[in-house]
Design a protein around this ligand. Structure first.
Ligand code: FES
Ligand code: FES
Length: 160
């Protein structure tokens, strides 16, 4: 746990209701990784500036590294572990695999989350919208060209 225990609250994560005990300021990512064992969400900058820690909250991408977990009570959280249960998420994940859109993979969960949110919430987003959705996500390995190919393929699968 990233901080001392202090409050208990319920979180709905990947379709399951979970009871959480955490410090009132403990960011969501520490609860996901350390309390719930959902290690797919990655800690990068810890400052909401790299995108590695993105998860869906009510279908919108959010960074999980700063906002306290308790602030997400009552919201529907989906992590990379649950993304394939969403029809769009399954298409995005498959497209990333087909395009080999990762090297070290550290940024990949966040990118898959961001692309899933974009393709779920926007009818046939254009190139500018795709770039805008992916811009908060840094990739030190330079895999963005393949990521863009993957998102294009997922777009075609979602909006044939
Ligand atoms: S770890 Fe959250 S944005 Fe970088
Ligand atoms: S694949 Fe290594 S940081 Fe993106």
């Amino acid at each position: 746990m990233g901080a001392d225990s202090g409050v208990t609250f319920g979180l709905r994560i990947n379709g399951e209701q979970r009871e959480i005990a955490a410090g009132p300021e403990t960011p969501l990512i520490y609860v996901l990784r350390d309390e719930l064992g959902l290690k797919g969400t990655k800690l990068g900058c810890g400052l909401e500036q790299c995108g590695a820690c993105a998860v869906l909250a009510d279908a919108k991408p959010v960074m999980s590294c700063v906002t306290p977990a308790a602030a997400f009570a009552g919201r529907e959280i989906v992590t990379i572990e649950g993304i394939a249960a969403l029809p769009t998420g399954a298409r995005v994940q498959s497209a990333f695999l087909d395009a080999a859109a990762a090297q070290c993979g550290y940024c990949t969960p966040g990118l898959v989350v961001a692309a899933t949110a974009l393709l779920s919430g926007t009818s046939k987003p254009g190139r500018d919208a795709i770039r805008a959705a992916l811009t908060p996500h840094l990739c030190r390995c330079g895999s963005h060209p393949r990521v863009l190919r993957a998102v294009d393929a997922a777009l075609a699968a979602c909006w044939p």
